[in-house]
Design a protein around this ligand. Structure first.
Ligand SMILES: [Zn+2]
Ligand SMILES: [Zn+2]
Length: 276
């Protein structure tokens, strides 16, 4: 039997809501035995240059990536792989999405102040190099002693129905997919296991979706097998990753996502030539 290979196509650096710099993410991936890595920051590709430099030094393959959160209340996030980060159109779009993220964070902070929590922009600024999000608000609440962990902040204040909840200002799933495809990338649906409600994979494929994140740290074996069958039936590429965010975030460590050899081979054929 051929052995599984260790790929991790879903990680975050401190250019969005991760806690490590891109070079440190690459270093950690190398230590964990990851052979193919993608850094997929939210609405930002600015960490890729540092990551690529370190990847070349350490001899690890780095696939340019990005993750775009959509305005769907189902938690639809679209990963983009092999995107041309030097595309002016892509960068204008990502800049707009980041501006919308900042506006959302300001609204969340204002709602939290309305219920007596003293958190302001000064508690958020400088934490992320580029792209703000709810995890930064959670960290600010933790720093101020209102909660013990990021997750507690989400559970008590930041999710649907809670006082600090503000719906995403992101693009529609159709726009997110188009943004990635027009920048030469492969658009893949992130963590389908945590998408809420029914999942219309046919519809997303018609919009240009190429792959599905079948292998994900929190997917059970049964769910993974089910997603694999759906991906095969629709001819979708099977991707996977840890959604690593770095130490202190309460999330999974990097790597640990093993691809069956035949699935790894298909991914290698699609992505190795796009690595930097
Ligand atoms: Zn996501
Ligand atoms: Zn992610």
């Amino acid at each position: 039997m051929r052995t599984a290979r260790s790929f991790d196509l879903h990680t975050h650096s401190n250019y969005s809501d991760g806690t490590l710099g891109p070079a440190e993410v690459v270093e950690r991936a190398r230590r964990c035995g990851v052979e193919l890595l993608s850094i997929t920051d939210h609405d930002s590709t600015s960490g890729l240059a540092d990551g690529a430099r370190q990847a070349r030094t350490l001899g690890i393959r780095l696939l340019p990536g990005v993750e775009i959160n959509t305005n769907s209340d189902k938690q639809i996030h679209i990963l983009g792989y092999g995107i041309r980060a030097d595309s002016g159109v892509l960068q204008e779009k990502l800049k707009d999405y980041r501006r919308r993220r900042a506006a959302r964070v300001e609204k969340i902070l204002s709602q939290l102040r309305d219920v007596g929590l003293e958190v302001g922009l000064s508690d958020i600024e400088g934490v992320s190099k580029e792209s703000w999000g709810r995890p930064h608000v959670a960290d600010a609440l933790k720093k101020k002693g209102y909660v013990g962990e990021r997750q507690e902040a989400f559970d008590r204040y930041l999710t649907l129905g809670k006082p600090g909840y503000v719906a995403s200002f992101g693009p529609s799933p159709a726009e997110a997919i188009t943004t990635i495809v027009e920048a030469g990338g492969a658009a893949c649906l992130a963590h389908p296991g945590i998408v809420r409600g029914g999942l219309d994979l046919h519809g997303l494929k018609a919009l240009g979706l190429e792959g599905l994140e079948v292998f994900y740290r929190s997917h059970t074996r049964v769910l993974t097998a089910n997603l694999k069958a759906q991906a095969q039936a629709l001819g979708l590429l099977m991707t996977g990753g840890s959604d690593f965010h770095g130490p202190g975030t309460g999330r999974a460590d990097i790597g640990g996502v093993d691809f069956p050899a035949e699935d790894a081979q298909i991914l290698a054929e699609r992505f190795f030539s796009l690595c930097v």
